[in-house]
Design a protein around this ligand. Structure first.
Ligand code: SF4
Ligand code: SF4
Length: 358
């Protein structure tokens, strides 16, 4: 079915799919051991599909499965423009959470692709999956030739680096599979070295619970180590992508409009948003899915990390309010950190004034 394959590739291009690849619906049994170990050790994020058999066998998801079509949609990692200068300090959402939720963008493209394929051939069966689907996206994308899996655990292509959203269509079509790519990490270990929380194991696996991306999405209290290491980030973490040589010079076109004011919000006004205001302003962006409480808690940590003393009155107000115990504790922590920083800086300042430290 070479012809059909070429027609599908042409449609994918037409509808803005950045890269497409094809692989068989053979199982991914080799993943069973790693997935089971991660589940038992509790080093997965908990957001994954729970049934491991379904994670490794496409035929349990579509009985007559023959080919999996893997798709990648590239996203930008630089804002089209920076936000306005402001009297307030700003926090950052990481690039994968800018603009409309990528699950919606990918789901839309996959449904359009499926609809267009069904116009090409009778008896087209399929099952579409994005991110939280059963199959392991990275394993499918690797086998379908989208890219290799780096030590960061991310799929990396030469064209788009690791800045890609992945999805797949399990189909009953019989299409010639593609081969995995022939490039990889080599001796590079930059992502492992620069990961601030030592979350990466160096063999493409990770302790997802130590990843700042997980920590900034987790509800409730978070450990001090992670509060500090998030620095100015409200949601996500990109360090392992920023340091990757394959991402150097890469910046793809956005598939959705990106508002810099929402991507880098002013922290103090952000913390004061009511539920209604939050939904109206931030409801559409991908990073809002965890809700206002988690993001405002992170914003409190960021105020302390950025040493924003102008926030002390606001933090005192939150620390005095027992209605939200998590925010109250976060604000008290931030106040203590800001005070510690002042004490720590005082003699240094004095010495500078006296000319003892040049
Ligand atoms: Fe480490 Fe950040 Fe990458 Fe997570 S996203 S593995 S914390 S560098
Ligand atoms: Fe591989 Fe280096 Fe990129 Fe990590 S930073 S994924 S080791 S190429």
């Amino acid at each position: 079915m070479t012809d059909l394959k070429q027609q599908i590739i042409a449609i994918a291009k037409e509808i803005g799919i950045s890269k497409i690849g094809f692989t068989t619906a053979d199982n991914f049994d080799y993943l069973k051991k790693t997935l089971t170990r991660a589940q038992e050790a509790g080093t997965n994020s908990g957001f994954e599909h729970k049934n491991i058999e379904e994670r490794v066998d496409p035929k349990l998801l579509l009985a007559n499965a023959k080919t999996i079509i893997a798709i990648a949609v590239a996203y930008p990692n630089k804002l089209p423009q920076m936000p306005e200068k402001s009297a307030y300090k700003r926090g950052k959402f990481s690039p994968s959470s800018w603009g409309i939720d990528y699950h919606d963008i990918l789901a839309g493209k996959m449904s359009l692709l499926a609809q267009r394929i069904s116009e090409l051939t009778d008896e087209f069966d399929h099952k579409a999956m994005v991110d939280t689907g059963a199959l392991v996206d990275t394993a499918v994308a690797r086998r379908a030739g989208i890219g290799f899996i780096g030590k960061s655990g991310l799929v990396i292509s030469k064209e788009f680096g690791s800045y890609m959203f992945l999805g797949e269509l399990i189909t009953n079509l019989d299409i010639e599979p593609d081969s995995p790519v022939d490039y990889g990490c080599g001796d590079c270990e930059r992502c492992v070295t620069f990961c601030p929380t030592d979350a990466l194991n160096g063999d493409t696996t990770m302790n997802a619970k130590r990843c700042l991306s997980f920590q900034t999405q987790k509800t409730g209290y978070i450990d001090e180590e992670f509060r500090i290491k998030t620095k100015s980030v409200l949601y996500g973490c990109d360090i392992c992508q920023i340091v990757c040589p394959y991402n150097k010079g890469i910046n793809s076109e956005p598939q959705t409009s990106i508002d810099p004011e929402l991507s880098y919000p002013e922290l103090q006004p952000f913390i004061k948003l009511t539920n209604k205001e939050f939904k109206e302003k931030f409801g559409e962006i991908a990073g809002s899915w965890r809700g206002k409480n988690v993001l405002q808690r992170n914003a409190i940590f960021v105020l302390a990390n950025l040493n924003d003393k102008t926030a002390i009155p606001l933090l005192e107000e939150i620390a005095a309010n027992p209605q939200n115990a998590v925010h109250q504790e976060a604000a008290q922590w931030a106040l203590d950190k800001l005070k510690r920083t002042s004490q720590h800086n005082r003699p240094l300042k004095k010495n500078r004034e006296r000319g003892k430290i040049k």
